[in-house]
Every structure is written in structure tokens, then in C-alpha cells.
Write a protein that binds this ligand. Structure first.
Ligand SMILES: [Zn+2]
Length: 144
């Protein structure tokens, strides 16, 4: 994906040709306020077609070794088209904001299993201005 100004800084692979997904993700990237520290460890964002009834988005944090004792963090964000395609545009944007908030928290707070941080991620996405989208998501789905 070409560089876009947004919450993710630097290059990352963007594995989807889905026009709606690309448009909505670009919107989610650009919405957080300018003063917010960027996320620099996201290396890949993809839309998976694997059927799942339980997951709509997942952010993974890991450390990649590049010498014996050195490692650097990297993150991947995966969305699942099966559930994402059933959501309205605002609710889908809320899912994206929520995953971006996980990535931000992993990088700027402490890396922990994302699942333990659901409320924190929602609160941060709300701070970034995604309140109406999160409410749409609440009406349409039980969990992210
Ligand atoms: Zn979550």
C-alpha cells in the first residue's frame, strides 16, 4: 500500500483488493487526531476469507529476532470478511478503529494479549472520535 498519512507510520503490506475494505480502512487510518503518536510496528494488514463466526478482527504482537540477542516488535492486523461484510460501514470502521487502538496500546503501553484489553481499546478509539461508529457496532454485533 502506498504511504497514507494516518495513525500507522511507515510501510506495511495491505493484502486486500476489496474496494469497500480499502476505503473504510483508509478512513479509519486518517481519523485519529493529528497529535496522537503514530504506530510504527504494524507490518501487515489483511482481510482474511477464512470463515469464522467468532472473530471480526485480530491484532497480533510479536518480537522478531534479527541477531542472537536483538529483536524488534512487529504487529499484524487481520480482519475477517465473513463477519465484516455483514456490518454497516460505521460498524466496520469501529472494528478497524478498535484494532488500531489495540496496536497503539501494544506499542505505546505494554504488549499483552489483546484480548485482555478490550475495554481499553474501545476507550481509546472513542477518544479518537469513533464514538458513533462504536455505538453502531454495539447495535450490530456482540463482540469484536
Ligand atoms: Zn479487541
Amino acid at each position: 500500500m502506498a504511504r497514507v498519512d494516518g495513525i500507522i507510520e511507515g510501510r506495511f503490506s495491505f493484502n486486500s483488493r476489496d474496494g469497500r475494505f480499502r476505503r473504510l480502512f483508509r478512513e479509519a487510518l486518517q481519523r485519529p487526531p493529528q497529535g496522537v503518536e503514530r504506530i510504527t510496528t504494524v507490518r501487515s494488514v489483511s482481510l482474511s476469507r477464512r470463515p469464522t463466526k467468532t472473530m471480526v478482527g485480530l491484532t497480533r504482537y510479536s518480537r522478531v529476532r534479527y541477531f542472537l540477542v536483538l529483536s524488534r516488535p512487529q504487529q499484524t492486523i487481520t480482519f475477517y470478511s465473513y463477519l465484516l461484510s455483514a456490518l454497516s460501514d460505521p460498524a466496520a470502521v469501529a472494528v478497524m478503529a478498535h484494532e488500531l487502538a489495540h496496536a497503539w496500546l501494544n506499542e505505546h503501553e505494554k504488549p499483552e494479549e489483546s484480548r485482555q484489553r478490550e475495554r481499553e481499546a474501545d476507550a481509546l478509539a472513542r477518544e479518537w472520535g469513533f464514538g458513533p461508529e462504536l455505538e453502531a457496532l454495539d447495535r450490530e454485533a456482540e463482540t469484536v
